[in-house]
Design a protein around this ligand. Structure first.
Ligand code: HEM
Length: 426
């Protein structure tokens, strides 16, 4: 297996799964099992393989080490992609052994991912370290590493919970929510926090404006995620009332820390990231509202989930992929201007679809066709982006990741020569 295949398979496969998950989520009114299937497909086959694939390309660059086995990497990406599909089929068709098989495969992929990371850091270091953007970045990198470690713990916890609950679910607790938030908040959000603290000063010429708030974000996120998961698992609504709003504050601090740097990102990445944080703000405010007053939960559950998964995670992926894919592939992204259609189409469809869901729940008419249409639009936008990524990789698949740092000017130093967009730091 050629190592450069791994990132395209993970990213394109993940985007395609997210696209199908949107179609499935749109069918919820026909059969509630479509919803559960969509959530499993989006999380296991959509988000996890994409995060694994990006790690496969980026971690060796920053750690100056080489993976021991690319074949194992290929296996773990394929296992992750297959796990959500198999789970979703099992849920939709009530085939318990498919559900179990999908959950077991996801756990195998997660364990292999962490095992590969563990092995990588036991390899000898080669070459000098990539230059620091500026001295203060060291502290941000330290917090980023703590977020990665926390993400690893929640990844395994979430995948074990997913497998165990296919055999038996305790009488107490809302275990489908424990599973979803362990993986989404504990793993995906922590991983995204780690990546932003590592890369934003490397992808832009800026510095952290609120460095003291970076560890505050970590401490609050660590406390709140644990509180939320324990509260959901034990039905302790008082603990959820503390954990939910604390989580919302932690994510607000993340937004405050990142906002000044997000504005300095190159176009498309900037728009994607800004939209991602906008949807996160709405999605998480709804979550905090559920924690304070549980009666909002059933009314806005799907809007909350879709704003967070297709809005926040979706736009984060679109934004980050627009930056990374050309650098991974060594070639400009094809059909660059398509984002002018894709971004508004996804954003509008999420709002309009949410409004239709609300009106349908209120019994103000039959909006099923409209709900399905908005989800189909999101699916087409994500699928077209997956195609763009695939074609970009096909254009020149074997170029190495460039690690030229963003040049910083010292006082009195002449301005640097303009770099091509592809020669910025990964
Ligand atoms: C302050 C943070 C959050 C709180 C307090 C919260 C709370 C909740 C609650 C109470 C529900 C169930 C609603 C009901 O039916 O009663 C829910 C569902 C869900 N949430 Fe969150 N949430 C938060 C953040 C997030 C984030 C960041 C994501 C994704 C990135 C997310 C993804 C989901 C998903 C996918 C579901 C639906 C799960 C399913 O139907 O199986 N949540 N959330």
């Amino acid at each position: 297996m050629k190592p450069w295949w791994i990132a395209p398979i993970g990213i394109v496969g993940g985007l395609a799964s997210l696209s199908v998950a949107s179609l499935a989520a749109g069918l919820t009114l026909r059969d509630g099992r479509w919803w559960e299937a969509a959530v499993h497909l989006a999380v296991l086959s959509g988000l996890l393989p994409m995060i694994f694939a990006v790690n496969h390309r980026i971690v060796p660059v920053f750690s100056r080490r080489k993976w021991r086995s690319d074949s194992l990497w290929f296996l773990l990406i394929v296992a992750a992609l297959a796990s959500g599909v198999i789970s979703a089929i099992g849920i939709k068709e009530r085939e318990l052994w498919f559900e179990r098989g999908g959950a077991a495969l996801a756990l195998v992929a997660g364990v292999l991912f962490l095992q590969q990371l563990g092995q990588l850091f036991r390899q000898p270091v080669s070459g000098p370290p990539p230059p620091m953007p500026y001295d203060g970045q060291r502290d941000a990198d330290r917090v980023a590493i703590m977020f990665s470690r926390m993400a690893g713990l929640y990844l395994i916890a979430g995948l074990v919970i997913g497998l165990v609950t296919t055999f038996s679910t305790p009488d107490r607790g809302r275990w489908e929510l424990v599973w979803a938030h362990t993986l989404l908040l504990g793993f995906v959000v922590s991983m995204a926090s780690s990546v932003t603290y590592h890369v934003l000063t490397r992808w832009t010429p800026g510095r952290w404006r609120t460095p003291r708030l970076i560890p505050v974000h970590f401490v609050l996120a660590a406390i709140a995620t644990l509180a939320m998961v324990v509260a959901l698992a034990t039905d302790q609504s008082w603990l959820f009332k503390i954990g939910g709003p604390t989580q919302a504050i932690a994510l607000l601090i993340w937004g405050i820390n990142c906002a000044p740097l997000l504005l300095q990102l190159p176009s498309v990445t900037r728009e994607g990231m800004m939209l991602a944080f906008g949807f996160l703000a709405i999605g998480v405010s709804l979550g905090a509202a559920f924690a304070i007053d549980a009666h909002f939960g059933p009314i806005y559950r799907q809007v909350h989930a879709e704003f967070n998964v297709f809005g926040w995670a979706g736009f984060l992926i679109l934004g980050a992929a627009s930056y990374l894919v050309p650098r991974f592939a060594g070639s400009q992204m094809v059909w660059t201007n398509l984002y002018r259609l894709q971004f508004p189409a996804i954003a509008l469809s999420l709002f309009v679809g949410g409004a239709f869901r609300r009106m349908q729940n209120d019994g103000r008419g039959d909006y099923q066709t409209w709900i399905e249409l908005t989800h189909a639009i999101i699916a087409v936008a994500l699928a077209s982006f997956a195609l763009q990524v695939a074609l970009t990789f096909r254009a020149r698949p074997s170029a190495p990741v460039l690690l030229t740092p963003t040049p910083r000017r010292q006082p009195g130093q002449a301005p640097p020569k303009p770099q091509s967009q592809l020669q910025r730091a990964v």
